[in-house]
Design a binder for this molecule. Structure first.
Ligand code: GRF
Length: 189
């Protein structure tokens, strides 16, 4: 199997990055992580790139040319798939047009419900009985692209935001790899 060159975008803790690095080491997992891009120089997650000798790039999204810098590096590493994993910045229409390859994201709710930030607080306020996570294609609208995979759990009465986060992330570590396998299922070697 020829693994697809992949770039993971992060802004924070990077636990999904850590999980995807681990999965990518499996013989049959369809991606190779060639680059990590982070828009926060304080992000804990960068350590996983360092520890695993994966090239990483810290970008300043206040700089005008930051998207050009990203595109340049994606081309340099021949990137075929971008996985957003806690990346706190919306992809511009121009960027998506220029990249042209696949861009996917993981979101901590059962989309189309609870797009955007502060999902857990809003979910609890609405007395939902179920929650979960969604992996979806990225388009220029926030958390709105075609859904690839969802996983859900039942919320218990005692759950607070912290509990929801833990339960959701546990499912994320299953959902993201599953979604990646799914999108490459029909592409041979
Ligand atoms: C995840 O919960 C993901 O759903 C959201 O941001 C969080 C990132 O967590 N988009 P981590 O940095 O991978 O630990």
């Amino acid at each position: 199997m020829v693994k697809k060159n992949t770039c993971i975008f992060i802004s924070g803790k990077g636990s999904n990055l850590k999980n995807l690095i681990k999965k990518s080491r499996e013989y049959n997992f369809p991606i190779n992580i060639k680059l990590v891009i982070c828009n926060n120089k304080e992000a804990e997650g960068v350590m996983y790139a360092k520890k695993n000798s994966i090239p990483f790039l810290i970008i300043n999204t206040n700089s005008r040319s930051f998207e050009n810098k990203i595109i340049y590096n994606l081309k340099k590493h021949n990137i075929y798939l971008i996985c957003l994993a806690g990346y706190m910045k919306i992809m511009s229409k121009r960027f998506l047009f220029e990249f042209r390859k696949k861009v996917i994201n993981i979101h901590p709710s059962l989309l189309p419900k609870y797009k955007g930030l502060n999902t857990f607080g809003r979910i609890l306020k609405s007395n939902e009985i179920k929650s979960g996570c969604t992996v979806h294609y990225v388009n220029e609208k926030l958390d709105s692209g075609k859904i690839i995979t969802q996983k859900s759990f039942f919320i218990s009465k005692q759950d607070n935001e912290y509990d929801l986060r833990i339960k959701t992330q546990k499912l994320e570590y299953l959902a993201y790899p599953e979604a990646i396998i799914k999108i490459f299922k029909n592409i041979n070697t």
